[in-house]
Design a binder for this molecule. Structure first.
Ligand code: PAF
Length: 289
């Protein structure tokens, strides 16, 4: 496994792999890797000849400076894990390497990027599109792997790739976006790099988010969308230290709110909860149908 910091060096390696007709998988990450990331990398290693994992805490997607500063950084441990699962290249650039000058590109895929996280974290998805488009252009992967914990992020990235496809970008035409299932702790908490920031008492209450989501699936069988939404929010807010920022029950393809269970073929519940005094912002989602 090689650790590369420079874009030019990365591109040179990728060119050599392409000449050899190697199939390339990309796993974009912000580091502080856990078993959820490991599952993405393991899948990429299985499906490709070469797996590139980027480790880069992207400043342009943080709308809160404090959140950016607090974000855990554990490159040495990340590299050990990545080597053990067969990664070919770790791309770990500096901010200056990625943004030698400010990225002024603007991406807009409303309503996909304007609801939920888009509404509560202005500019977040613009920053995600800036970094992910750059990574796609550097690596030109055959497949790119993303965790379904960030359900909305996958929809936004798919919209961005479709946009580049419509502009006849060869890399976008070749690329397949591969969503991968959420990995959970035994108590149901969705794995997230942010979990390491939870104090012990916060870690104890955080699993109630998934407990309420799971209970809501059963509840939904005999109740309306609105009743299910309210029950879920109330159950979580009843736990001291948890506060729901939003819970939306949406068409899983368009991310538009549904009013009835018959409104869409696939329906997903997407939630963001503040946990503890700091607070730590936790996201999760669940499939209803
Ligand atoms: O999901 C993440 O960790 C980030 O948003 C991503 C896709 C690596 C872009 O920085």
């Amino acid at each position: 496994m090689e650790v590369i910091n420079s874009v030019n060096e990365l591109k040179a390696k990728i060119n050599a792999f392409r000449k050899d007709n190697k199939k390339i998988g990309l796993v974009p990450t912000m580091g502080a890797l856990h078993k959820g990331h490991a599952s993405l990398v393991t899948r990429s290693v299985k499906e490709n000849d070469v797996t590139v994992v980027s480790v880069f805490v992207n400043p342009t997607q943080f709308n809160d400076k404090n959140d950016l500063e607090k974000y855990p950084r554990t490159l040495e441990a990340d590299c050990k894990l990545l080597e053990s699962i067969g990664t070919t290249i770790v791309f770990a650039p500096t901010v200056e390497e990625i943004y030698p000058e400010p990225d002024t590109r603007s991406f807009s895929y409303a309503p996909t990027d304007s609801v939920m996280e888009g509404a509560f974290r202005p500019g977040h998805f613009n920053g995600v599109c800036q970094i992910v488009s750059k990574l796609f252009m550097f690596v030109e992967p055959d497949s790119a792997y993303f965790g379904e914990k960030d359900f909305q992020q996958i929809a936004v990235i798919k919209a961005m790739v479709n946009d580049y496809r419509s502009k006849n970008e060869e890399w976008a035409k070749r690329l397949t976006i591969c969503p991968c299932p959420i990995v959970r702790e035994n108590d149901g908490l969705a794995l997230s790099s942010r979990n390491t920031l939870l104090a012990p008492n916060e870690r104890t209450i955080a699993p109630y988010i998934f407990k309420a989501l799971s209970a809501s699936v059963e509840y939904s069988k005999t109740h309306t969308v609105e009743e299910t939404k309210n029950m879920t929010i109330n159950q979580i807010n009843a736990i001291e230290g948890l506060e729901v920022q939003y819970y939306e029950i949406v068409n899983a393809d368009t991310l538009q709110t549904v009013n009835s269970w018959e409104d869409a073929e696939h329906i997903q519940g997407c939630i963001t909860v503040f946990c503890g005094a700091t607070p730590i912002r936790l996201i999760d989602n669940i499939n209803y149908k």
